[in-house]
Design a protein around this ligand. Structure first.
Ligand code: MF3
Ligand code: CO
Length: 252
């Protein structure tokens, strides 16, 4: 397939450097996770993340990207992605998707988790679990000679078997010295089709899952993406390399 020639292959040394970026990002998430409590604002979480990243000698990847104003995306409840941190107070029962990217040693790492704030409804808890499982199903297909469509279909199956829907209009992506590299990594697809995976390919896989319709809408701030029907949404993301031995999750 022609597209495969445009996909960058990272050397083992480059993957090592991406792994250093990924490990730092994981450490940032462990701190954020501790701070997520009813009463904290999304802006306070953003400040914490920025400080942790900069103190470690890294650079927030989203800040200034196409004019984006923050270090984190904080997407609450029916917000899917690209929620802008600010004065919003997290309340008991909310779910908050936190997306963060950083640059260390010239390489990007990109990851997202959805957290319950205190106790949440059973459907919210199940949505979070299903989205985490969907990401894991995709990661599991990051093997040499596998097709990209097989990975996409694996994500879609977990989501739809659970009765939820997978967002179509936003996708995962290749990642390396740029935040977004080819290919697009769709969260739905046909097994056995598309790009053939090779050792050294590195993708950010990021399923976005809605309780209701997969359709989306963008708010007046021109960033925040919400579900068209107001239903809850969750998002998980890891930066993952294909190796001879199978998937290597760089942000774990
Ligand atoms: N994880 C998202 C992505 O890779 C976050 C991008 S937010 C932006 O597309 F602000 F940088 F656009
Ligand atoms: Co991403």
């Amino acid at each position: 397939m022609i597209q495969s020639s445009r996909i960058e292959i990272k050397s083992p040394k480059e993957i090592q450097r991406m792994s250093a970026a990924g490990k730092l990002l994981r450490a940032v998430f462990l701190e954020l996770e501790k701070a997520i409590q009813p009463g904290i604002t999304t802006g306070e979480l953003d400040q914490l993340a920025r400080r942790l990243i900069e103190d470690a000698g890294a650079i927030p990847a989203f800040l200034g990207y196409q004019g984006y104003p923050a270090t984190l995306c904080t997407s609450v409840n029916e917000e899917i992605v690209h929620g802008i941190p600010g004065r919003r107070v997290l309340r008991m029962g909310d779910i908050v998707a936190i997306d963060c990217g950083l640059i260390l040693g010239g390489f990007y790492a990109d990851s997202a988790y959805t957290y319950p704030v205190g106790d949440v409804t059973p459907v919210a808890a199940r949505l979070i679990e299903v989205t985490r499982c969907a990401l894991n199903a995709g990661i599991n297909e990051m093997r040499p000679d596998n097709r990209l469509g097989t990975l996409s279909a694996a994500i879609q199956k977990v989501v739809e078997d659970a009765g939820f829907s997978v967002v179509r209009e936003y996708t995962g992506h290749g990642i390396g010295r740029a935040l977004h590299e080819p290919p697009q990594v769709l969260n739905f697809g046909t097994p056995g089709t598309g790009l053939r995976l090779r050792p050294g390919m590195v993708f950010a896989i990021e399923p976005m899952v809605n309780v209701g319709t997969w359709k989306t809408r963008v708010l007046d701030d021109d960033w925040t993406v919400v579900t068209a029907d107001g239903s809850l949404s969750a998002h998980f993301e890891h930066t993952v390399a294909v190796t001879e031995n199978g998937p290597l999750v760089l942000t774990a």
